[in-house]
Write a protein that binds this ligand. Structure first.
Ligand code: PMP
Length: 379
């Protein structure tokens, strides 16, 4: 379902959803039954199981731009494989990334410094998501060395979220068509939370490659790189593999998850609950003298408080909710799972009202958290 318990046995309604991996609910019986049937046959073996073919065919059937699939474990595995494919395909090096986007911990995209040689920085240029001028400038900067443009399914960093605009998405596609670079949609987080196809299907733009993980197997460790025929040769030249990448149990779990995705209204259900929750939170906030803004899709609402430049209110809100058994990230968006229902949302909204009341009573003394400020680079 949508609950977790801490070491002292306290129950929490979980709006972190395993960083997005919990799409249908923890321990969903349809998914777990398929996983357990496959476990009886084998998991880690000397080769892949037939379920790999079924899953590959299913994914290629569901994701419009895709003609082939590479399976791996984590999101970083497949974003890194995507970069290798783009570099092999173009014979070039430079990659365009959106400012503050996260594509995994690997040195080519990581914003961390420790252990990462400076040369890695030299192969990246940055643009602002949805900002066509900054995208054009970054492409100009990369010049004839442009191998790939990476974009997340929508802008979902710790600050306000944005769906891709038509203009921006079309310009990404056009730049890749003009230069021969590959367009990569990193759907590791957003995949199957915006659409039953690649997230950029909402703006009718097809990437060359897309990266998937998290929701794909409803919490079983699996990721996938999906690609179009144009990138097939390059994929076959690239070395990307791991001992556990062909495990059969997560693939069986993914096949069952995809069946629910195709045949149920899980997405509309989450969107409706999220909309209801967002409206109610705004109303409760106003009652206690706070103005909040909700951005991003309703099933993944991101809250910001007005007049909260140092994020003290946002952090205090998450802390006050946690004390009442509601677990939300103190910076990122709220994540809904299809296992939630109206009474879960009611419980969260009631807790939010108590949190707003408490914050309103001690408003002048609310301080930003040093740890949060350090994380967002404001310390
Ligand atoms: N890309 C995106 C958009 C992500 O959100 C994440 C993980 N949060 C990753 C890549 C990396 O995935 P993983 O942590 O499984 O390596």
């Amino acid at each position: 379902g949508c609950r977790i318990w801490d070491a002292d046995g306290r129950e929490y309604l979980d709006f972190r959803c395993a960083s997005g991996a919990n799409l249908l609910g923890y321990g969903d019986p349809r998914v777990e039954r398929a996983a357990s049937l496959q476990a009886d046959l084998g998991n880690t073996m000397s080769g892949p199981a037939p379920v790999m073919i079924d899953l590959a065919e299913t994914l290629v059937g569901m994701v419009s731009h895709a003609d082939w699939v590479l399976f791996a474990k984590n999101g970083t595995d497949v974003t890194t494989a995507a970069l290798l494919v783009a570099r092999a395909h173009t014979g070039r090096r430079r990659v365009l990334l959106a400012e503050n986007a996260y594509h995994g911990w690997a040195p080519w995209s990581s914003r961390a410094r420790a252990g990462i040689p400076r040369e890695e920085q030299a192969s990246r240029s940055y643009f602002r998501y949805n900002d066509v001028d900054s995208l054009n400038a970054a492409a100009f900067d990369a010049g004839e060395d442009l191998a790939a443009i990476f974009v997340t399914g929508y802008k979902h960093y710790w600050d306000a979220c944005e769906l891709p605009t038509q203009l921006f998405a079309s310009r990404c596609r056009e730049l890749c068509d003009q230069t021969g670079a590959l367009l990569v949609v990193d759907d590791v987080f957003a995949g199957f939370r915006l659409a039953r196809d690649c997230s950029w299907s909402i703006v009718n733009v097809e990437p060359d490659l897309s990266c998937w993980s998290k929701s794909l197997a409803n919490g079983h460790a699996l990721s996938a790189l999906l690609g179009c025929n144009r990138a097939r040769d390059a994929m076959s030249q690239v070395l990307a593999g791991g001992t556990f990448w062909a495990q059969a149990v997560p693939m069986a779990a993914a096949l069952a998850t995809l069946a629910v995705i195709r045949t149920s209204s899980y997405l509309e259900h989450m969107a409706r609950l999220g909309q209801h929750m967002g409206d109610a939170l705004k109303q409760k906030a106003r009652k206690y003298g706070f103005e909040i803004e909700l951005t991003g899709p309703s099933q993944l609402p991101h809250i910001s408080f007005n007049d909260d430049p140092r994020l003290g209110l946002k952090f205090a809100f998450a802390e006050a909710l946690l004390k009442q058994g509601i677990y939300m990230h103190c910076l990122h968006c709220i994540i809904l799972t299809a296992a939630m229902n109206e009474s879960d949302i009611e419980r969260a909204v009631n807790a939010a009202e108590i949190a707003f009341a408490d914050m309103s009573a001690r408003r002048s003394s609310i301080e930003p958290s040093a740890a949060v400020l350090a994380f967002v680079g404001m310390s």
